[in-house]
Ligand binder design. Structure first.
Ligand code: DAK
Length: 267
């Protein structure tokens, strides 16, 4: 993997951990970080050995690892944007955000502190969110005179329902991890020192399944979500036909019949 100024990538077996690291700005997303994210996600997606990606935030400048996941887009960069620059920034950022959502690997956000604005939005672009018990979520953009622009007006409503999304976006009130769990914004809340273990255990469990099947299931869920049910179920049937012809299907089903563990080959 390449070297990055604001990202760290570590690999443990078939799991990659991508850490956004701008200690001086609570990991806020500036243009450089967004460009790096795009490049890193392209590299990770092309790496056959990676089955699950965990996204997290690095420590702040005092070394506190649970201060911030991502404190939003970089306000100090955005403050002087012209309208064309703001538009270009949004277009640039939409690419890695969609990559997280649609890449073939499963993406898990391990949310270790503030997930505000673009931080909440990047977590929502991942497949699954696990939060430390001190995590804070919010969409403060309307208080800055802007609106969520990395998909927040769309993904938040899809995850928690329109009423709760509107309340969070219009009031700019932050919510804590328990409330985020209660409304379905996060899948699990765990103690701070359990966060990475929990994310890695889930990643290992997902990686132990047929990764080709998992990636096709991810595509089926994502693509079907905005379709009408009839077309979505037809699309699912077509994808079922694709996985029906794999070595993993033969092995998975024969292993069940022969009462032995399956040895899946990911194709
Ligand atoms: N940008 C830049 N710097 C930030 C930052 C941010 N989002 N958040 C924190 N920092 C910096 C602080 O300025 C401070 O730097 P120094 O003063 O030490 O140099 C350092 O990080 C530590 O922060 P604090 O001193 O403020 O730490 P506290 O514990 O007191 O407070 C906090 C933590 C997270 C509550 C506070 O820092 C805060 O409220 N931060 C801003 C949170 C926020 O409003 N985030 C949303 C940003 S708006 C677009 C698409 C999307 C977006 C924009 C455009 N287009 C399509 C064009 C997205 C917008 C957003 O995300």
């Amino acid at each position: 993997m390449s070297d990055y100024a604001n990202l760290k990538i570590e690999k443990e077996a078939d799991i990659a951990v991508l850490t956004i690291s701008r200690p001086e700005a609570l990991n806020a997303l500036n243009s450089e970080t967004i460009e790096e994210l795009d490049k890193a996600l392209t590299e990770i997606e092309a790496d056959d050995s990676v089955k699950v990606l965990i996204l997290t935030g690095g420590p702040d400048k005092k070394g506190n690892a649970f201060k911030s996941f991502v404190a939003g887009a970089d306000i100090k960069e955005m403050v002087n944007f012209t309208a064309p620059e703001a538009r270009a920034f949004g277009i640039k950022a939409s690419v890695p955000f969609f990559k997280l959502q649609n890449m073939r690997q499963v993406t898990i956000a391990a949310v270790n502190g503030f997930a505000l604005g673009g931080g909440c939005e990047i977590a929502m672009s991942c497949d699954i969110r696990i939060a430390s018990d001190n995590a804070v979520f919010g969409q403060p953009e309307c208080g800055l005179g802007i609106i969520p622009g990395f998909g927040g007006t769309q993904r938040l409503a899809r995850l928690v329902g329109m009423g709760r999304a509107k309340e969070m976006i219009f009031t700019c009130d932050n919510i804590n991890a328990e409330e985020a769990y209660r409304i379905g914004l996060v899948n699990h809340v765990v103690a701070q020192d359990e966060l990475m273990n929990c994310a890695k255990e889930m990643a290992k469990k997902i990686a132990s399944k047929g990764s080709y099947a998992v990636s096709i299931a991810k595509a089926a869920i994502n693509n079907g979500y905005d379709m009408d049910i009839k077309n979505a179920v037809e699309m699912e049937a077509n994808l079922f036909g694709v996985v029906n012809d794999t070595a993993d299907k033969k092995e998975g089903m024969n292993a069940f019949i022969e009462r032995r563990p399956a040895e899946l080959k990911d194709f």
